[in-house]
Design a protein around this ligand. Sequence first.
Ligand code: PLP
Length: 502
Amino acid sequence: MGRQYSNTSSIQIWQPNPALDLPIYRQIEAYIRQKITTGEWSAGTRLPSQRTLATSMGVNRSTLVTALDNLTAAGMIEGRHGGGTYVSGSGWHSMAHAALPNWSEAAQEGWYYPNLPEIQQINQAEFRPGIIRLGTGELAPELMPNEAFNKILQTLSSQTRMLNYIEPQGSLALREALSIHLQSNGIQASPDSILIVSGSLQALHLISVGLLPRGSAVLLEKPSYLYSIHAFQSAGLKLNGIAMEEEGLHLGHLEHAIHTLHSGNDENNSESFPLLYTIPSFHNPTGSVMSCRRRDELMSLARKSGISILEDAAYQELWLDHPPPLPLKAMDQEGRVLHMGTLSKAVSPGLRLGWLVGPVPVIRRLADIKMQTDYGTSSLAQEAAAVWFTDGHHTTHMERLRPELRKRRDFMLELLHRYFHDIAEWATPEGGFYIWLRFTAEPLSTRKLFSACLEADVLIHPGYLYDRLDASHIRLSYAYASQDEMERGLMVLVEVARSLIT
Ligand SMILES: Cc1ncc(COP(=O)(O)O)c(C=O)c1O
């Protein structure tokens, strides 16, 4: 599915030099010719659009077109029916080299699904200078604990380094620190039942290939973060979305889905016990919190029906008004719940540090796969994370971060009330990063909204990234953009939205 997405070229950062004797169009020609002759742009590679190329190179479209015309005449590139300019596959390449590998075709053969096109666009655009990131799921650079990390690095510089490979489950010092840290969330987990991973995304990958048979179904909230990546689908698993209501997952629907899976009436049926993936606290993308009562009921239903649960606690500690109920893992007396945590959301996503808590046989199995995948998470990141917890940086940071995030949330809500009150509705998130905004005025294409905002240098996350059938939501985040950017970005958003509504 979706393989056609994989051939888009990245945006260029090279620019011609007007001080040179060579005319600009000749410089462009030479640049593209060099890309092609070195094989960096192989046969079949799609060139960025003329508009994108001209903008990124800082040249007139007509100058670019002259260069492209010359390259076309030389047989190096060609236009295709249906649009787009491609590195020529038949002409120049095959004359120069008898049997060139067709990398563009090969790049579509692998079994791993490509990202959705909008996610590819977001991943590229996030690094464009001047872009306003209204949907980004990470803290702004100024909210990161830079000073604390400078201190940690100083501490580490005076200690003896551990530069060898680390044991399969990860550094013992870090697992011991996490074991203590998890107790503050009501979770009893010995270091033996913890696996260190390179971000919780890796835990999802390990689980998808190590615990679940191909073809089996995974139950999850709909919408969900899990729909925005293809970790589970690429491993041959089927996602079975369950509706949500205010208190959290709709248990009636969940019970029905479990019953259908058990009774074999569903095409996703498998012999294994079903797994439910859930984000109970400050859900991505809705921001909602599963109530205490719903957590109790869910655990009872899990006991009754025999399902296992994968709890994603990425946002658990990012409460703004009051702490959420304890994690499901804290209520688990039987080893039914796997619990994922990460430093990415509250501390630093670049550190790539997460953990998985679960029964020892599961942890050992996944640690064995991890060893075959990457021989362990960076030892430096693990050492830094151990000091982060043991020296008390985590508690201090969270106490500083919450009021800052609360301020940003309140500011974004104020702007929404000012600009969007007659065209959209939303709930006030009590933590996490997200506001799940629903446009009440129909019809409005969130696809068009995404593209038009991107043209105006404003990035939003359309709701269909988290539920393919969603047509009325966007996910906003108050964690990344500055107040000034929020104001400018939301003004662009409302203007574009109103133009699409009328
Ligand atoms: C709910 C949820 N889980 C997991 C992740 C992955 O985070 P990481 O791999 O950086 O720990 C994210 C990131 O957006 C998320 O929102």
